[in-house]
Design a protein around this ligand. Structure first.
Ligand code: FAD
Ligand code: SF4
Length: 427
């Protein structure tokens, strides 16, 4: 088993499509890439390859630098679109059953595609006005051009899947209504509750959430009139920006702020470079673009009048390991410093929204972290209601959402085949 393949969550047939590509057999290589993935050119663009396939390439281990697997995957997908090799979705023989999917992110879109191919009627419900989830409103366009997502979404709709945009489950329709309307439901709502900063001054004007900042930027790039750009509240031009956090979302914020023409951009992270969760490649790109990283630094308060003017921060030291084995950052009380900041962006991670309350279904069990609890068949504690992607894993990656969408389609199919048996009808 090649290590690249086993470390790709989709177990893509990497060595085989690399060989076909090297031989110039691009269409065959693309076809092979679609056997395991619904969006190869998207994963090729935005997977953290250094932690997945490329980071486990044997050539990387031998010190010669990994084969650029992600770039080849992107190249194959883009070529396929340009040359008309991307086939429409062919619906399977109708089963007479339907599935409702909540959430049009990568998990929901992938499940919908496989289920349609298996002969189900599929309806996707999403509260946003555009389909794609974080592919559209989270990940910045400089990493993932939105037209690349739109053409996949268009193919899904051309395959006979209905996307109901602007429909929020829990507000416009209840989960219980969807369960009556469909034979099975897949919950793929992602995680959107931002972790808050609890220091003094965190409620001042100019302290904003990463997801709001990135959504406004993506909307503007898509041509929407964004009031928060017009009034400057979510726009970085000519401002001193401090981003708090060390994950990939923080990297997206600093790099977006640079592109918006910020006066200065600093990233404050409480651990050191080696212990940050974000991708090393992203940090390197951000540094090249002029972002200043302040490692082992944490905010103590946000200073100013009604509006933020400065971040007061402390140096940190790494203490004893916590329950996860990561060394816990502790404040060095002898150190304190101040940074000019009239735009402070909080990128402290995401938690699930309280779905049982939102859906009005107290029988929907959640873990201590608020993710939906599922059995081995990816079914929640409500019969016929399945879950996958970030809402069952916690904040994760696009490629894992695609994997869950692929797996859950099989589980839902097996469940609905059972439901079609005469014994199930009699029961
Ligand atoms: P989502 O993509 O979040 O989609 C969920 C959908 O459900 C949304 O469209 C939402 O509107 C809808 N929804 C939610 N609640 C309801 C409701 N009640 N009713 C109707 N619809 C609802 N991963 C990578 O692999 N590479 C990256 O470079 C990367 N960058 C990221 C950058 C940012 C800023 C963020 C926040 C995440 C990033 N990720 C990245 C993570 C990745 O985007 C997610 O892991 C992935 O999108 C999860 O897919 P999903 O389908 O589970 O959920
Ligand atoms: Fe690598 Fe991601 Fe492609 Fe898998 S899906 S081969 S991890 S880039």
């Amino acid at each position: 088993m090649p290590y690249c393949q086993s470390h790709c969550p989709l177990h893509n047939h990497i060595p085989d499509w690399l060989r076909l590509t090297a031989e110039g057999r691009l269409q065959e290589a693309y076809d092979l890439s679609t056997r395991t993935s619904t969006m190869p050119e998207i994963c090729g663009r935005i997977c953290p390859q250094d932690r997945l396939c490329e980071g486990n390439c044997v050539i990387e281990f031998s010190g010669h630098g990994a084969v650029t697997i992600g770039s080849v995957e992107k190249y194959l997908g883009d070529n396929a679109w340009e040359n008309g090799w991307v086939r429409p979705i062919e619906p399977g023989t109708p089963t007479g059953q339907s599935v409702g999917v909540i959430g049009a992110g990568p998990a929901g879109l992938t499940a919908a595609e496989y289920l349609r191919r298996a002969g189900y009627e599929v309806d996707i419900y999403d509260r946003h006005d555009r389909a794609g989830g974080l592919l559209i409103y989270g990940i910045p366009a400089f990493k993932l051009d939105k037209s690349v997502v739109d053409r996949r979404v268009a193919r899904i709709e051309e395959g006979g899947i209905t996307i109901h945009r602007g429909v929020e489950v829990g507000k416009d329709v209840t989960l219980s209504e969807l369960r009556e309307r469909h034979d099975a439901v897949f919950v793929a709502t992602g995680v959107y509750q931002s972790r808050e900063l609890t220091v003094d001054g965190a409620d001042k004007e100019g302290v904003v959430r990463a997801i709001d900042f990135l959504t406004a930027s993506n909307r503007s790039g898509l041509g929407d009139d964004v009031a928060e750009h017009a009034d400057g509240s979510l726009f970085a031009r000519d401002r001193d920006v401090v981003v708090i956090g060390g994950g990939d979302t923080a990297m997206d914020c600093v790099r977006t702020a640079i592109r918006q023409g910020a006066k200065s951009v600093k990233c404050l992270y409480r651990r050191d470079r080696e212990n940050m969760p974000g991708s090393r490649t992203e940090v390197a790109h951000a540094e090249e673009e002029g972002v200043e990283f302040l490692w082992l630094s944490g905010p103590a308060s946000i200073e100013g009048g009604d509006k933020a003017e400065r971040v007061q921060a402390n140096r940190m030291e790494l203490g004893e390991p916590d329950a996860d084995g990561r060394r816990r950052p502790v404040v060095d009380p002898s150190s304190s410093f101040s940074l000019d900041a009239d735009l402070v962006i909080l990128a402290l991670g995401f938690e699930p929204e309280p779905l049982p309350a939102i859906f009005g279904e107290e029988g929907l069990a959640v873990s201590d972290w608020g993710t939906l609890e599922c059995d081995d068949d990816m079914m929640t504690t409500l019969p016929g209601v399945f879950a996958g992607g970030d809402i069952s894993r916690g904040a994760s990656l696009v490629v894992w959402a695609v994997r869950d969408g692929r797996d859950v389609a099989q589980k839902i199919d097996a469940y609905l085949v059972d439901q079609r048996k005469p014994s199930a009808a009699a029961a």
